[in-house]
Design a protein around this ligand. Sequence first.
Ligand SMILES: [Zn+2]
Length: 82
Amino acid sequence: MPTHQEIMVALDRVGGVAECPSCGANEWMGMGLGGQSDRLYLLTEATGAEEPGEASGYGMHGVYCARCGFVRLHRLDSLGLE
Ligand SMILES: [Zn+2]
């Protein structure tokens, strides 16, 4: 799984590292669930699954502005990181 730093490099490659639209700072922090990866999973559609583990979704990475807390989400497959 990619690290926050690897994801930020991939974002930079596509021009996705920019100033915060809320406060103008440019210091983005990973918003993960702990462990070695900052990856998050976001369900995107109803699958009819009865158990949460049966549902599918996209790998996502959340970042937040260190100054004001503004939050962004990026799909990892769009960055070539799936
Ligand atoms: Zn900000």
